[in-house]
Ligand binder design. Structure first.
Ligand code: NAD
Ligand code: UDP
Length: 315
């Protein structure tokens, strides 16, 4: 049995990781400040004697004896990470320093949840891990993008200078149950709008693309990365390479929810990437043939079911 710390464990992805790692027979400590996460996401785990919940902010040091750390703490939706940009960059940078310091002291292996946003508005398409990115350092998204880029630098430097055992994954747009209905990301926005019969808000023309990954595929890739061979640290792309425009996504969601919602166009936010699609050859090679199993329609049906129940319960 391993003792595992998951920062941001009450969030969307973190809650799935907590559940999966507990089910695999580990002891799990979920640390969260509840900025975007919620106790509701993990309340079904509370009775498990191998599960512990800690209210803590990663910008402050935290001491505990653990074998592994999954560093997931950071708001991921543009609406939330832009709400308090200074706090966002502190969370990525000081959170990384505090968790790497902890890993160094207790000799734990530590995985960083980095992001496709390190590629910015990519001039290379699709994106391999070797691409250095096209990030505006002073735009609205910089607090997130540059914070995550700096965290990757810190991870590599602790590895090289202090031999900390690190792993870095670059996560591409992921969706699924436990997303916050007010999260502001496109999949949750469109599904909630479609279920409520409200207008579907397309930012810009809707021709920008994203490649959407179902959360179970991400959790599988993340755990395989933590357990990958010594000496492989990444960064490695974890995403689903099937690419869609936002118009195509909206149409699929309208069809699957049988909704009467209409599409409306709102201004495209500053620095919104035009396209995004991962190359996942490295993940396939290093993570035992890992590749996404859940295609968009199947994942959307599960996610729509989740939001439908949530909205009924909140009526
Ligand atoms: P989320 O917002 O649902 O979860 C983030 C969690 O971190 C929340 O529970 C939040 O309360 C917690 N948190 C935020 N700031 C904190 C702080 N200072 N101290 C302690 N806890 C804090 O987002 P998510 O989609 O679950 O993302 C999880 C991780 O994966 C994030 O690091 C994110 O950057 C990364 N990521 C996610 C995606 C995606 O599409 N979901 C894509 C790329 C990267
Ligand atoms: N988007 C949209 N309508 C919304 C929310 C988002 O058209 O209600 C667009 C957004 O402009 C972006 C894409 O959907 O081009 C993905 O946005 P999201 O915030 O989910 O993730 P990110 O931009 O960080 O990839």
């Amino acid at each position: 049995m391993k003792r595992i710390l998951i920062t941001g464990g009450a969030g969307f992805v973190g809650s799935h990781l907590c559940e999966r790692l507990l089910n695999e027979g580990n002891e799990v400590i979920c640390l969260d400040n509840y900025f975007t996460g919620s106790k509701k996401n993990i309340e079904h785990l509370m009775d498990n004697k191998y599960f512990e919940l800690v209210r803590h902010d990663v910008i402050n040091p935290y001491m505990i004896e653990v074998d592994e750390i999954y560093n997931m703490a950071c708001p991921a939706s543009p609406v939330h990470y832009q709400y308090n940009p200074i706090k966002t960059i502190k969370t990525s940078v000081m959170g990384a320093i505090n968790m790497l310091g902890l890993a160094k002291r207790v000799d734990a292996k530590i995985l960083q949840a980095s992001t496709s946003e390190v590629y910015g508005d990519p001039a290379v398409h699709p994106q391999p891990e070797t691409y250095w990115g096209n990030v505006n350092p002073i735009g609205l998204r910089s607090c997130y993008d540059e914070g995550k880029r700096c965290a990757e630098t810190l991870f590599m430097d602790y590895h090289i200078q202090n031999e900390v055992k690190i792993k870095i994954i670059r996560i591409f747009n992921t969706y699924g149950p436990n997303m916050n209905p007010n999260d502001g990301r496109v999949v949750s926005n469109f599904i909630v709008q479609a279920l409520k019969g409200e207008d579907i808000t397309i930012f810009g023309e809707g021709t920008q693309t994203r490649s959407f990954q179902y959360v179970d595929d991400l959790v599988e890739g993340t755990i395989r990365m933590m357990n990958s061979r010594d000496g492989f640290v990444g960064p490695v792309n974890i995403g689903n390479p099937t690419e869609f425009t936002m118009l195509e996504l909206a149409e699929k969601i309208i069809k699957l929810t049988n909704s009467k919602s209409k599409l409306i166009h709102l201004p495209l936010p500053q620095d919104d990437p035009l396209q995004r699609k991962p190359i996942i050859d490295l993940a396939k090679k290093e993570l035992n043939g890992w590749e996404p199993k859940v295609q968009l329609e199947e994942g959307l049906i599960k996610t729509i079911g989740y939001f439908d129940t949530l909205l009924q319960d909140n009526k």
